[in-house]
Write a protein that binds this ligand. Sequence first.
Ligand code: MN
Length: 210
Amino acid sequence: MFKIIDLPYAADALEPVISAKTLSFHHGKHLQAYVDNLNKLLPGSGFEGMTLEEIVVSSAVMPGSTGHPAIFNNAGQILNHNLYFTQFRPSVIPDQIGDPVTPDLIGGPLLTQIETQWGSFDAFKADFEAKGTGLFGSGWVWLAGAPNGTLTITQEPGAGNPLTSGLTPILTFDVWEHAYYLDYQNRRASHLSALWQILNWAEIKHRYQG
Ligand code: MN
């Protein structure tokens, strides 16, 4: 049985970037439904006893394999949301409001690799936002790391996760409408550009550096 993760901050801690109302639906309703669905699907499926990551990789539809889409969609959405919700931190750190995304805040090997590949952090941000805005329909935009440290931005439809391509998921923006519609209506780009204000770079760097 999988359980829903606890949020590592208060329900209103991400305001005004993500409202308490959006968070309550996104975590309490959408993520809870994925957890409930997976727990119903697992018995007798052959995927019992696996970790979430193992289920996602082994149930994915891949060339030569029809996979198990119902299992994959629910397990993928749980894994994706766990990584999504735990990459944020409260927005009420006074010194960081208005200028929260300085390279100094990031630092270390991740920033060095971003600057090597994109030229600057701002160029990376623009590319990441454009790929999130340009993803047709529902899905996720990811920053993912290859075993040699090279970074890639991937656009994953539905419940997709770069793990199924052998990459490590590092940072993700959820572009399903349920992630932003209450606060931003159809303005996906405005929502994505605001998310940088609440990222927990200590957590994100840890995912890259291991
Ligand atoms: Mn979502």
